[in-house]
Design a protein around this ligand. Structure first.
Ligand SMILES: CC(C)(COP(=O)(O)OP(=O)(O)OC[C@H]1O[C@@H](n2cnc3c(N)ncnc32)[C@H](O)[C@@H]1OP(=O)(O)O)[C@@H](O)C(=O)NCCC(=O)NCCS
Length: 168
């Protein structure tokens, strides 16, 4: 159950240092070599669709969204998603994903993509993409490339190169 003291805020620059620490704690230095990170390095994330959770003024979780193209479709790439160990298993991660998805659905974005665990993201609306249909600038497990689509698009219809929209 969500703790009553947790508030969810749209990310702004004042959160950057705390978010860096949360992601370092959650993923370690290995995060910087992942294929999704290669896309995030191609351009800025979208702060208006990125959220933090705060407990008593302390930032304890974060989700970021990056504007990408998947082939010709405008999409967002979700991640990193991380919750501090002290606050895990309270529904905060799921709530951040729900908020980010709902915000993206109000934009022209056709889908939200991520590389992650299907058992966690499936109940939040994410489905497997077609293995081999989508590429990232680095190796990844195709079974972990998931998408939540809007407006009648299906995850297995997505194909092409996933890249930052700045690389269009
Ligand atoms: C994964 C993470 C974001 C989940 O955040 P959280 O706020 O603890 O998660 P929630 O409270 O919303 O959900 C907890 C549930 O998800 C399950 N869960 C957590 N991680 C999971 C995973 N990788 N795969 C499947 N289920 C998972 C928990 O077992 C728990 O299940 P329950 O409700 O049946 O008890 C958090 O554990 C984290 O920061 N992990 C390290 C970074 C990471 O792996 N990020 C995701 C990258 S894809």
């Amino acid at each position: 159950m969500l703790c009553q003291t947790i508030v969810f805020l749209t990310e702004d620059a004042s959160h950057d240092a705390a978010i860096d620490l949360i992601n370092e704690e959650a993923f370690g230095p290995g995060r910087l070599v992942r294929a999704a990170e290669r896309v995030r390095e191609q351009g800025p994330h979208d702060r208006a669709l990125s959220y933090v959770a705060a407990d008593g003024g302390e930032i304890i979780a974060s989700v970021r969204m990056t504007p990408v193209l998947a082939g010709t479709e405008s999409c967002h790439l979700l991640g990193p998603l991380a919750v501090r160990p002290s606050h895990k298993n309270r529904g905060i991660g799921r709530e951040l994903v729900r908020i980010a998805l709902a915000a993206a659905a109000k934009t022209p974005s056709r889908a939200v993509l991520l590389v992650g665990d299907a058992p966690y993201y499936g109940p939040l609306g994410f489905s497997p993409t077609r293995p081999g249909a989508l590429t990232l600038p680095g190796p990844f497990d195709p079974a972990r490339l998931l998408a939540a689509c809007f407006d009648g698009l299906e995850a297995d219809q997505l194909e092409g190169e996933i890249r930052h929209r700045n690389r269009a």
